[in-house]
Design a protein around this ligand. Sequence first.
Ligand code: C2E
Ligand code: MG
Length: 462
Amino acid sequence: MHLAQAIEREIRNAEIRKAKVKAEDQIYHLAYYDGLTNLPNRNLFSDKASAMLARLAESDAIAALYLVNLDRLPYINSTYGSGVGDRLIQQFSHRLSAYSNENCWLTRIEGCKFAFFNANVTDEESVQEFASQVIKLVIPPVTIDSLVFYLRLSIGICVYPAGGDSISKLLANAESTLSHTRYLWKNTCTYYTKEIEEAAVKRSVLETSLRTAIEKNELLLHYQPTVDLQSGALSGVEALVRWNHSEFGLLLPEKFIPLAQETGLIIDLGRWVLRQACRQAGLWHQAGYGSLSISVNISAIEFDQSQLISSISHVLAETGISPELLELEISESTLMRDAETSTQILQALKDMNVKIAMDNFGTGYSSLRYLKHFPIDILKIDRSLTHDIIIDPDSSEIIAAIIAMAKNLDLLVLATGIETKEQFDFLHHLRCDRAQGFLFSRPMIAQDMLHLLAQRKTGTLA
Ligand code: C2E
Ligand code: MG
């Protein structure tokens, strides 16, 4: 072979070797780094943290795992598009990177979750100090194009070795702690404790059994009447779901509705409630109480699903109840996530002639500005507002203003949580239309409701 040919072949081989190394680097990068933020991914993080834990096991040093969640990202993605969401994640990860160093690694675990494995900490105080520094990172708002975002984060903290002796255990416990923190709805952190672990175990038992609760006939409805405040007549009934759990007994919605929402099981559960409530209302109508309305609570996830309309039409057709007698209760916070989209969905529901109530009105999201745009029929004032109307002049003024405004907008006002005669008199005086609360009746089973309806023929509830 000529020398020139040999040289050429050698050059070609070198190029192939170089390309191979480059490809290997790229494959390595893909396997161990996150494409959006360029941070190490969970695989690299777990490998490095496991190696560090093996070293720590030989001493009595501690380390802390911080699982950091950028809250409200699904909302931002659905409102402004995932492009904006991605840029927000990039800016957030850039801010977090300021605290990453050779003994404190940062990773993007998935979606809006990041983690720090911090081996710099020495005691409880330094663990807390680091969390406080991270929380401060979200104080300055983030600007994307001309949009300004105030970020909110939640942190779940798990300390080695008390909170787990392997990275998978620490991550799982930090995850349970984080889901606890996220319900607090503010920039805050929570530490892993045995109670949180027990709650997580119970949650997973509940989740497994919730999957089969409908088939096993474990769900049931209680009904709570609403009363016409001026005539004292019973105007309608709200269906409230309960779960007769084989191990934990009768559970109220607060124990399983959030779980049903997180797991998506709320769709099947909601369909079951709607069908069951309408069937029951049909029976009451046949028994001679033909004008009784039935209210059903619709969660945010149900409200978002495209089959909501068809599922309601289906149930109305199947049970034969008149659409005007079905009231859908949608909370103020659900409607205010994205007021424009909500208006469109509400309009589609209104076109079916069903009635719509804005539930839990006054619980934080000031929807006053939107009230006249939302095609709703009823305003349900939350019981947190009616609670203090007798003792607190501010509360009573607020309620008076809400009632006056609702009347202006031609909305029916329903005050909830009425427990005393004083509250009743006050609302009656303000000419509030309807009320609901323990003063009139607690939620009850269908059979007891029939007795109540029969009594009503000879008297009123108030
Ligand atoms: P909500 O729609 O605001 O329902 C009213 C809640 O207030 C009921 O609690 C009822 O028992 C309680 N309540 C009524 N009057 C009074 C009173 O005078 N004083 C006090 N302290 N409480 C009163 P419950 O049944 O535990 O339901 C809680 C929440 O769970 C409901 O709040 C609703 O948001 C949700 N929920 C209930 N059933 C369903 C359902 O079928 N689907 C969905 N998505 N959510 C449901
Ligand atoms: Mg309700």
